[in-house]
Design a protein around this ligand. Sequence first.
Ligand SMILES: Cc1cc2nc3c(=O)[nH]c(=O)nc-3n(C[C@H](O)[C@H](O)[C@H](O)COP(=O)(O)OP(=O)(O)OC[C@H]3O[C@@H](n4cnc5c(N)ncnc54)[C@H](O)[C@@H]3O)c2cc1C
Length: 408
Amino acid sequence: MHPGYSTDIVIFGGGVAGLWLLNRLTGAGYRAILLENHRLGGGQSIHSQGIIHGGLKYALHGAISGASRATADMPRRWRECIKGRGEVDLSACELLSPGFLLWSGEGMGAGVKAFLGSKAVAGKAEAAAPGEVPPFLRGRGAVYRLPDFVVDPESLIKALAAPHTGRIHQIESSDARDGAEAVRFERATAKRRLHLAKGEGFVSLSAQRYIFCAGAGNERLIEQAGLSLPRCQRRPLKMLAVSGAPLPQVFLHMLGPGLSATPRLTITSHRNAQKPDAPVWYLGGQLAEEGTGRADAAQIAAARRMLAELMPELRMSKLEWRCFAIDRAEPASPGGRRPDNAVIVAEEDVITAWPTKLTLAPVLADLVLRKLREDGIEPAATAQSPAMADPALAKLRRPPAVARPFWS
Ligand SMILES: Cc1cc2nc3c(=O)[nH]c(=O)nc-3n(C[C@H](O)[C@H](O)[C@H](O)COP(=O)(O)OP(=O)(O)OC[C@H]3O[C@@H](n4cnc5c(N)ncnc54)[C@H](O)[C@@H]3O)c2cc1C
């Protein structure tokens, strides 16, 4: 076995959380590497709708909630990054839409109307100008403009990973090894040593902190590290993708007749690599939450009925449909509720981290950096170069490929 490599931080998981954190840590002078066991972004991040929320979505039940407060400053922070002058460089990340619409639907309830006109919402939702309203919504209920905007998740992951190819390493997955563990933590004292399977042998590393940003993979890592905490929850979704030439570019939440924290339907429009002229509408919201118990055909039928009711002029016969089941992976919350903010849980030399929303990746990195400083883990005084040349790390395959959305 190789004598091993030692660093400040080892991050597990190359979704938005791990990659954003890698950028912030190296920017602050820490020596850090990231380990990914499938494809970068291949968990929730690539399948997110890419909406950078500005708070109002989480107030739709009629009050400014914790989640609403947590997300309020996020559009500003992300926009700075996209302009290339923020905490991470997202100048190569594609903006799919600079804005987002909220459509009341027809027959908006009095409660919804009062809430959207209330002081609590001032500055968060403005009536959309006539030119911003898609033709099929004109004259059909109220349309508001939110401070939210939409990024392309694939280009986001590429932009976050590009400066760090020498620090991002492909590791083997336990699932691909017939159940044999691909990751082993050895603990002689409070400090762990990490052994990563590589073919017949292992590559050994040690770090001051191991940070689990592996989404649904955190559960297994917590077990492998022998931790007692934290407990995890999953909230399933059955998302839909529909494509076809007649679809216009649409980015909107559609409210139900009453106030609810989840819009009845959320539509984002994405590129389809195979058919550049035919955008994909990616459908989430209550439709995806309620569809988790349905077979694919039943979920597609439910979505067709909803679109036919909402947009009767849409030519359904030309559309191609796909379903995709995916879990939101989070720390356990009372009653299985959606956590309001990013969460980290520290035990010994491990920090387990969940952004809980793509939007909150910057907050997650703030929390980790603060915790490292509290624990007296300071960055080296001089800038660190990528660790690629280290003979122990050179044994790992690298860098992993970036995942594609399911409709590609
Ligand atoms: C359908 C859907 C739509 C969403 N839409 C939005 C949205 O519009 N806006 C928003 O703000 N949020 C949205 N979210 C939430 C958001 O996508 C997630 O909160 C966020 O992407 C989580 O990022 P992550 O990096 O923690 O996890 P993930 O993106 O799941 O990444 C985890 C990574 O860890 C890797 N991994 C797993 N196990 C291991 C291991 N043992 N070793 C190494 N690597 C490992 C995985 O392969 C993966 O690459 C959405 C979520 C879903 C499911």
